[in-house]
Design a protein around this ligand. Structure first.
Ligand SMILES: [Mg+2]
Length: 390
């Protein structure tokens, strides 16, 4: 079997504005800067590229690449050009099962989202060609349902607590509020949320690089003193400050998770060498696909660390991929982050348009798709409505 074509299609979905004010809440790094809005994109939107890989034997696969200049640092136009003009042509003519070589051929510096879109389509294609779910290709399935966590935007403590309670009515049992501003005010936010959601709900927090090491230590000590049950604190300090991350790790009992510090397998190795994290956040689009994500999980396992699978948005294809990764990887923590299902509907065909969406069933979980490949299909007509100009 030979790959004959790799092509991407841009899709743009509007997201509703927040129901509460976020001024001076959430991470200090975003106060007044790093806006996603521009003259060309004046409204709040999320952009994606759907990647399709075709072969000479009729087998095909789909993947997706999220695009976000605020997080991944690349625009839709850049990622599309990378896929269509550079990475895609490198693998035309290869056997799609030559995964190691194919990913090596497209291992340009950066470009994790473009690589990830291609990697997901390759996995979908291989699974479909063999008639097995992707989880069977990457380690099997040690669980069929995965508990869901949702991130909560920064704001006034009462507003953040109310947002959690509203999600609980839709079946969500785990939350990761955005903090990273003033530690004492952030501790009040965590207390308000814990008081509102009760003792049985999982509570993590993401500082999005907002603290200095000393501020991060203060936040953790306040959270420990107030017994808010904080499972972990994500990326307390700047992504580049591995010594600062290590200082926080040493000073507190709270588990410290690396997100923006952990893109590639090399980043994961640096974090391990510096003892700069207790937990590694894997996002498939940061890692550059499922193949690289499994390598990061193996590094974490060897170092005695755990992995959290984080939110990276998506049209539903990425949700399915995350479920296959969670099902097949024992180094991944129980709860997986799926904020995307609360931001906009997916573009999947039935039954997964409803199955991989809110509200969740009683157990607060999403089911791992069990069909061939990633196990989901795009609703092409619905997708067409959101097609963006190339
Ligand atoms: Mg994060």
């Amino acid at each position: 079997m030979k790959i004959t074509r790799v092509a991407s299609t841009p899709v743009c979905l509007p997201i509703p504005p927040r129901s509460y004010a976020s001024d001076d809440a959430g991470t200090k790094r975003e106060w007044g800067r790093l806006s996603r809005l521009s003259p060309k994109r004046p409204g709040t939107i999320l952009e994606y590229l759907v990647v399709r890989i075709e072969t000479d034997q009729g087998a095909a696969g789909i993947g997706e690449a999220p695009v976000d200049i605020g997080f991944f640092g690349q625009t839709l136009e850049e990622v599309q050009a990378a896929i269509d003009d550079y990475l895609g042509p490198q693998i035309v003519g290869l056997d799609p099962f030559d995964r190691e070589y194919a990913m090596h051929r497209i291992d340009y510096r950066g470009n994790s989202c473009a690589k990830s879109g291609i990697d997901l389509a390759l996995h979908d294609l291989m699974g479909r060609a063999l008639g097995v779910p992707v989880s069977d290709l990457i380690g099997g399935s040690h669980r069929t349902r995965v508990p869901v966590a949702i991130e909560i935007a920064g704001g006034a403590p009462a507003d953040m607590a109310a947002a959690c309670v509203a999600y609980m009515a839709r079946g969500v049992r785990a939350f990761k509020p955005k903090i990273g501003g003033i530690p004492d005010q952030d501790a009040d936010r965590l207390r308000a949320i814990r008081d509102a959601v009760g003792p049985d709900v999982s509570l993590r927090a993401d500082a999005n690089q907002g603290y200095s090491p000393k501020e991060a230590i203060r936040l953790c000590r306040l959270a420990e003193r107030h017994d808010v049950g904080l499972e972990l604190l994500e990326q307390p300090v700047a992504a580049w400050d591995l010594q600062g991350m290590a200082a926080v790790c040493r000073a507190v009992d709270t588990l410290i998770e690396a997100d923006e510090s952990c893109y590639s397998i090399h980043d994961a190795m640096q974090l391990i060498r510096h003892e700069a994290a207790d937990v590694l956040n894997i996002k498939i689009a940061k890692a550059g696909g499922l193949y690289a994500a499994k390598k990061i999980a193996a590094l974490a396992e060897a170092a005695g660390l755990k992995c959290v699978l984080g939110t990276a948005f998506g049209l539903g294809i990425g949700v399915a991929a995350k479920l296959h990764l969670a099902a097949s990887t024992v180094a991944v923590t129980d709860t997986v982050e799926f904020t995307e299902i609360g931001l906009h509907g997916n573009l999947l065909a039935p039954p997964h348009d409803a199955r991989l969406a809110l509200p969740l069933e009683e157990d607060g979980c999403l089911p791992v798709p069990d069909g061939p490949g990633l196990g989901v299909e795009l609703d092409e007509a619905n997708c067409g409505k959101y097609r963006a100009a190339p």
